[in-house]
Ligand binder design. Structure first.
Ligand SMILES: *[C@@H]1O[C@H](CO)[C@@H](O)[C@H](O)[C@H]1NC(C)=O
Ligand SMILES: *[C@@H]1O[C@H](CO)[C@@H](O)[C@H](O)[C@H]1NC(C)=O
Ligand SMILES: *[C@@H]1O[C@H](CO)[C@@H](O)[C@H](O)[C@H]1NC(C)=O
Ligand SMILES: *[C@@H]1O[C@H](CO)[C@@H](O)[C@H](O)[C@H]1NC(C)=O
Length: 432
């Protein structure tokens, strides 16, 4: 008798389940949109922004059509969404970090007469143009040593920094090759585990190291705990690579030295659609890009150097391409941000810097390798007001891609430190 009566109950239960699902979905939706659209306090002085530029929170899901209609009707032209996932939550937690975060640096960074001092000490001249693509690796250390986050008391530290430089190892005739670098790093890790109690207490999970040289990818390969547990802060942050784990490791922005020119070209003076110059190398996507677009009259796409200074390309184009070469990362993105050229990122599996804080889609365009042949259509279909939105957001976020010898505000050091802050709180044995 029980069986036939079960069925109507089942229907009822299913209905109930569906209803509660629908309600929770609505609540989540409402909350998400409400929260994520809080506008950051835009402090950028941006003269051609219309006075109607939204500075107050906007509830897009309710009033989107209405607002869009008003904007188009009044021809005010701009509807920009903030470049942060949630500015207020980020700002508050960031301030907590500035107050509370403590990092201990192993003493090798302070021993000028040690045999490998050149590997461990901060770089004597970070603005040396020869550093090029490895600038961020050195600036991180210089900023950390100058920062208020540094502590000389390991017992109050949240995280431990291993101060070797992959770039310096690469240039040292005693080491040089990639396998020797991995040996050196494994040996160093074993040494600090022997001399100090902190490594064993967490098996390295509260330890980190930084590199912007691509050979750093394999630096941890000869020490298991190092590559499974420690945090790598890496410019070559591609989750395509076996030793980079996107949720554990951290993407470091790659920045070229000497890049603090404040002069900005307005969108109206940017006459070219796209700028790209670079070696086709062994990158199929670059080859396809050059083969498809090098003769297009609206674009500046060059194999190798352009026939004008590279900065010109960044200044006269609306969009600047970042296309994967040997590596996913180059300084092109921060160059583009510096010159006010909206980055177009064609670099599959690139774990973009600060992507858990910054909403990259609000100041850059991300295109998959497979869509290079549609590049022009994709960019031409972006409405002008959306482009102005991307451009104005770019002006807000570019401060996050700048290094200072003594860190300040929301600069590249503090932004990277914030990523470390999010990874603190590892349980370790007490080390008395
Ligand atoms: C910061 O670091 C640089 C380079 O190491 C150094 O010249 C400068 O004096 C430091 N500034 C402070 C405030 O310690
Ligand atoms: C840490 O562990 C290693 C390997 O188990 C051991 O050789 C070393 O002595 C330990 N370090 C300390 C400080 O106890
Ligand atoms: C900044 O850019 C302007 C305009 O292109 C140029 O005249 C100036 O020399 C640059 N300044 C620096 C410090 O590079
Ligand atoms: C672009 O121009 C070069 C030189 O005129 C020519 O060799 C090449 O085939 C052209 N490429 C395309 C895709 O039209």
């Amino acid at each position: 008798m029980g069986r036939p009566r079960l069925l109507p109950h089942l229907h009822l239960l299913l209905l109930l389940l569906l209803c509660s699902l629908a309600i929770s979905f609505y609540c989540y939706y409402y909350y998400y949109y409400h929260e994520s659209l809080l506008s950051p306090s835009a402090t950028t002085h941006f003269t051609f922004l219309p006075s109607s530029y939204p500075r107050k929170p906007i509830e897009i899901h309710k009033h989107q059509n209405q607002i869009l209609q008003t904007l188009t009707k009044d021809n005010r032209g701009l509807f920009a969404q903030p470049p942060y996932h949630n500015w207020e939550i980020f700002r508050d937690d960031f301030n907590q970090m500035l107050k509370n975060f403590k990092i201990f640096v192993y003493p090798d960074a302070f021993l000028p007469s040690a045999p490998f001092a050149n590997i461990f000490l901060p770089h004597p001249n970070p603005l040396d143009a020869k550093l090029g693509n490895y600038f961020s690796e050195h600036m991180f250390k210089i900023s950390l040593l100058n920062s208020s986050l540094l502590t000389s008391n390991p017992h109050e530290a949240h995280l431990f920094f291993m101060p070797f430089s992959i770039n310096a190892l690469r240039n040292d005739p005693r080491v040089r090759s990639e396998p020797s670098i991995a040996d050196f790093v494994a040996g160093y890790t074993a040494e600090i585990a022997q001399k100090f109690k902190f490594w064993n207490a967490s098996k390295g999970a509260d330890h980190f190291f930084v590199f912007c040289h691509s050979v750093g990818r394999d630096a941890a390969s000869k020490h298991e705990d190092l590559h499974y547990n420690a945090i790598q802060v890496a410019c070559s942050s591609t989750y395509f690579h076996r030793l980079y784990v996107s949720h554990k490791d951290i993407a470091l922005p790659q920045v070229w030295p000497h890049l603090l020119n404040q002069t900005l070209i307005s969108p109206n003076s940017r006459t070219r659609l796209i700028f790209f110059s670079g070696r086709a190398q062994n990158s199929r996507v670059r080859q396809e890009l050059i083969a498809t677009w090098q003769n297009d009259t609206s674009m500046d796409v060059f194999s190798g150097y352009p026939p004008f200074p590279v900065e010109e390309g960044f200044k006269r184009s609306r969009y600047c391409l970042h296309v994967k070469g040997y590596e996913v990362n180059t300084a092109r993105i921060s160059n583009a941000l510096n010159y006010g050229c909206v980055p177009v990122i064609v670099s599959d599996h690139y774990d973009l810097p600060f992507a858990n804080v910054l909403d990259w889609t609000k100041f850059a365009v991300i295109v998959s390798h497979g869509d290079v042949r549609f590049l022009k259509q994709i960019l031409m279909s972006i409405p002008r007001k959306t482009y102005i939105g991307l451009y104005s957001n770019l002006l807000i976020v570019r401060k996050h891609f700048r290094w200072h010898a003594t860190p300040r505000g929301y600069d590249a050091f503090h932004m990277t430190a914030y990523q470390l802050w999010l990874r603190r709180g590892i349980h370790s044995f007490s080390f008395v």
